[in-house]
Structures are given as C-alpha cells and as structure tokens.
Write a protein that binds this ligand. Structure first.
Ligand SMILES: Nc1ncnc2c1ncn2[C@@H]1O[C@H](COP(=O)(O)OP(=O)(O)OP(=O)(O)O)[C@@H](O)[C@H]1O
Ligand SMILES: [Mg+2]
Length: 373
C-alpha cells in the first residue's frame, strides 16, 4: 500500500470516528464551518476548532471527546485537537501582496500604547530575548512606562529571563493583566497557551492565535511595548508586524556572516511591510576574558555595523559576549536590573536612549525624572 493510501484510510477512519459528534449548539462537528480538518501531517492527525474567547470553557468537552475519538482510530494515537482563538484565515498572507494592502487598523487593545517595537533577527539564538529584556529595562531606567511581550509561542524565554512565576491575573472584563517584573509589565505567550498544544500549530493557526492573544491582554497606558519576536521571518512574524502597527523594529545579529545573511532577511521582511528599522545591535560582538580581561573577537567584529551602514539602518551598538550577562539572564536577574550602573547596564541604557530619541525626539525632563528605579 502506498503512503497516500495509508493517509486516505486514516482520514476516512478519522471522519467516521468523528461522525456522531456535535459542537455545543448541536451543529455536527464535521459540517461546522469553524472546524478545519481532520488533516494528516507528519503522520499525525489534527483538527482545529475556531472559537471566540468566551466559548473557550464550553468547547473544552468537545475538544476532549474529538481527540479521544481520533486517538481510538488505528494510527491516530498521536492525534491532537486544538481550539484556536479566532476563525482561521483561508491562507497565510502573501508577502508579495501585503504591501499593496491597506495597513491593518491598530487593534484597540494597543491604543494606550504609544509605540510598539519588535526586537527581531532572522536567525535563532543570537540574543533577541536577552536584548529585549535589557533594552526594556534600559527604557524603564529612563523613566518610561514599559511593557514586554514574549511572542515566541514555540520557545518562550521571558518566564526564565524575568523569573515570572504563576499565571497572569484575569480582570473582570476577562482580559489578562500583564505580570510585574523589575518595573516592567510583562507577558509571555508561554503563559497563555499550553506548550504541547502550541507545538503543532503552524502558519495560519499561529497567526490567529497571536492576534487573538494580543487582544486578550490589557496593557493599559504604556510609553513603549517591546515585542521579543520568535526567530525567523515566517507567518508568525508577519502576523505580529501587521497586527500590531509596529513603530519599528530593532534587529539583533551576531557578527558572523551567516547570522548577517539572516539579519538581512529580517530587515527585508520588515521593509516589505513598511515597518522602519530603528536600529541594528551587534550581540556577542567580542569575548571579554574573565581571566586576562582581554578582548577576543571570536566571531569577527563589526559585521553588523557595516551591514547597518550598507542598508542605511541606524547602528545602536555592540554588546560583548560575557559570562556575567549569560549568568544574569539564566538566573532571572537581568543585568540592567542587577547592575544598572555597570558597563553593560550603561550600554543598554545608552542604546535605549538612542532608540527612544529616534521614536520621539529627545526625552522630556519629566521623563528623565526616574521614579523608583
Ligand atoms: N552578549 C551575550 N553574552 C553572553 N551570553 C549571551 C549574550 N547574549 C545572549 N546570550 C546567551 O545566549 C543564549 C541565547 O540568547 P537568547 O535566548 O537571548 O537568544 P534568542 O535570539 O532570543 O534565541 P531564540 O531565537 O531561541 O529566541 C542565552 O543563553 C543567553 O543567555
Ligand atoms: Mg528568544
């Protein structure tokens, strides 16, 4: 039997297993327009049910029953059924066409936020999350009201970096209140979705989940919201770039050529959707040896600055590779909070100042009056 036949058999069995199930309200599950699937991908059955935020509780039972029915099918043991927050769009946006479209209206939930800035890179592991947190704290040290959102559904890191514990509070309006950490309003997709469920989300599902989750959080009044972006330049990044009316993006890159190629891709994506590049930061620029104090350019040096110049994007500065920074991040005590007056604290606060001035012009004296920092 060919794999196609196996797949067709599995789908046929899946459909008959689901045949008797109905959604709350009585619509047969297989006929409901809010249901996508079942589909087979990577040998695994999956089904998505689109719901509105207030349907979440009443749809829990059908999600379980549909999943149990699929898992009882031979070959369906790893089946998964997910509730997605809004109706899944028919197709992911086409990058080539997005520029022609009218800009998405700013979601009303972000209306109290003066500027939304994404911290991004084409490549993973270059230090976006570390940079986001410390830049956010640098902005806070300038006296600004700052929020930070970890938008990486598949690998959230803010709970570790900011030592966030517990669950966000839900207000009377059923919207989530950000958590407080080091004077920042913080929220992580990792606190909002079940990790196992999110692992199988792809393309449109990730997009609709992100858009919905953004509107589920009540940020209140903020001067700036920093979004720690997931790595890459795919649908999730586009959903955020378009769904949040970004004031701009900061690109983080290490100096290696490979990272720079990816950084260039990241810059191109934001430019395509008319999001200005507010700055490029070279991270892990050089290694400061804890023994001899000497500087070693492990990955070369100055690549990001040259690239920024080539692309006409502002260069914000270089952050060294240090044990101190890594240890601080891993222990949930970001370096800017731990040692605001140290070399690294000063470096991030300086870059935060440059970023803020490019958004707003010079700081007002009122904003310079630092409260409780
Ligand atoms: N300048 C630095 N010096 C030392 N360690 C660093 C530095 N920047 C980042 N790191 C460490 O490198 C690792 C990756 O950093 P981080 O998680 O910030 O990257 P990322 O780009 O957000 O990754 P991902 O793409 O997985 O989201 C972490 O362990 C972090 O502590
Ligand atoms: Mg990260």
């Amino acid at each position: 039997m060919t794999p196609e036949m196996d797949e067709a058999d599995l789908l046929a069995s899946a459909r008959s297993a689901l045949a008797g199930l109905t959604l709350p309200g009585g619509v047969p599950l297989l006929e409901a327009p809010s249901v996508s699937g079942p589909v087979v991908s990577g040998g695994r059955l999956s089904l998505a049910i689109s719901i509105t935020a207030d349907q979440a509780a009443s749809y829990g039972d059908i999600r379980h029953r549909a999943e149990a029915a699929l898992r009882a099918v031979p070959g369906g043991e790893r089946a998964i059924v997910v509730l997605t927050a809004v109706k899944t769009p028919a197709a992911p946006p086409d990058l080539a066409q997005t520029k022609a479209k009218a800009p998405a209206p700013k979601p009303p939930v972000l209306s109290g936020v003066r500027h939304v800035v994404a911290v991004a890179s084409g490549k993973g592991g270059v230090g976006k999350s570390t940079t986001s947190v410390n830049l956010a704290l640098g902005l806070r040290a300038l006296g600004l009201k700052v929020g930070i959102l970890d938008a990486d559904i598949h690998g959230p890191s803010l709970p570790t970096l900011l030592a966030l514990h517990g669950q966000p509070r839900v207000g009377k309006d059923r919207r989530l209140r950000p958590m407080q950490a080091f004077g920042l309003q913080a929220m992580s997709m990792g606190l909002m979705v079940d990790q196992e469920t999110a692992m199988v989300w792809r393309g449109p599902m990730v997009m609709s989940a992100i858009t919905q989750m953004l509107s589920d959080v009540d940020w209140g009044e903020l001067d700036i919201l920093i979004i720690d972006m997931p790595p890459g330049t795919g649908d999730a990044q586009l959903a955020i770039a378009q769904g949040t009316d970004l004031a701009g993006a900061v690109i983080v890159s290490t100096p290696q050529d490979l990272a720079l190629i990816d950084a260039r891709r990241g810059i191109a994506m934001f430019r395509k959707v008319d999001v200005p590049i507010l700055g490029v930061i070279e991270n892990m620029a050089h290694f400061i040896c804890p023994d001899c104090g000497g500087q070693h350019a492990l990955f070369g040096q100055g690549g990001a600055e040259a690239e920024a110049r080539r692309l006409g994007a502002p260069y914000l500065g270089a952050v060294p590779l240090t044990m101190e920074l890594r240890a601080a991040s891993d222990s949930g005590q970001p370096i800017v909070a731990l040692d605001p007056d140290g070399t690294l604290g000063g470096l991030y606060t300086g870059m935060a100042g440059t970023l803020w001035s490019s958004l707003e012009g010079a700081l007002t004296s009122e904003q310079k009056t630092i409260e409780g920092v």
